[in-house]
Write a protein that binds this ligand. Structure first.
Ligand code: SF4
Length: 225
């Protein structure tokens, strides 16, 4: 099933824009309760105005709130980003540490965020369990676990470690584009034949195809046919 999904979404990638581990860490914190597209709209201004952990730590709160306002919960997010900058300066000389044990001790950083940063900014394989990921792997029968850490370990047993980061992208792409929370497009799903939940969504192929979202990334339109 993983191989088939990878063929469907060969362009799967981290949809947050970033150049450095710090930028990815902050962008991931900002992505709570909003879309990656919205985060990508504010981060260029954020990182141009406050390019380092020290600058984030010393930021004028009101000014940062205005920049983060479009992402929602902007007061809490401003607070998180300033605290995160301060913790990085105090504990890690302003650098993002490339270790799970250090990352999860930073304010506002859980395993999900840590795995995003490790996998995409440091090349250290990580499985990113968010709500989409958990829903999908349960639907596909890969695990019955509900707890995100247990899901992470259960899926980690099934898939080679080197594939964990790509697996996370592929599953999240599948959730956003095909296996939607409310109305999955089962009739247009490449893993339908193996999926124990086939039929929870729309099975008519034509109707199901109309439910697909962002199915063809511009760069992949040629290869999808
Ligand atoms: S068959 Fe339906 S429930 Fe199963 S993975 Fe595909 S879209 Fe999701």
């Amino acid at each position: 099933m993983y191989r088939t999904l990878q063929e469907r979404y060969p362009y799967a990638h981290c949809e947050l824009d970033f150049d450095t581990p710090l930028q990815l860490l902050v962008a991931t914190v900002l992505s709570a309760q909003t879309t990656d597209v919205t985060v990508n709209k504010v981060t260029p201004t954020l990182f141009a105005r406050w390019p380092t952990a020290a600058a984030l730590a010393d930021a004028d709160r009101t000014e940062m709130e205005e920049v983060l306002r479009p992402t929602g919960f902007f007061r809490a997010k401003t607070n998180s980003v300033i605290k995160l900058g301060a913790a990085l300066v105090e504990r890690h000389d302003g650098e993002v540490p490339p270790r799970m044990a250090d990352l999860v001790k930073l304010p506002g950083v859980g395993r999900k965020t840590a795995n995003v940063v490790l996998g995409n900014a440091f090349g250290i394989p990580g499985i990113t369990v968010d709500t989409h990921f958990g829903r999908l792997v349960r639907r596909m029968g890969w695990t019955a676990e509900e707890d995100p850490v247990k899901v992470e370990h259960a899926v980690g047993e099934l898939i080679p470690r080197k594939d964990w980061t790509m697996l996370s992208h592929v599953i999240i792409f599948h959730g956003r584009r095909t296996c939607h929370a409310r109305r999955p497009a089962c009739g247009a799903c490449p893993v339908a034949r193996w999926c124990p939940s086939y039929g929870v969504g729309e099975t008519d192929p034509v109707v199901a195809a109309s439910l697909l979202r962002y199915e063809l990334a511009p760069s992949a339109a040629g290869s999808e046919g």
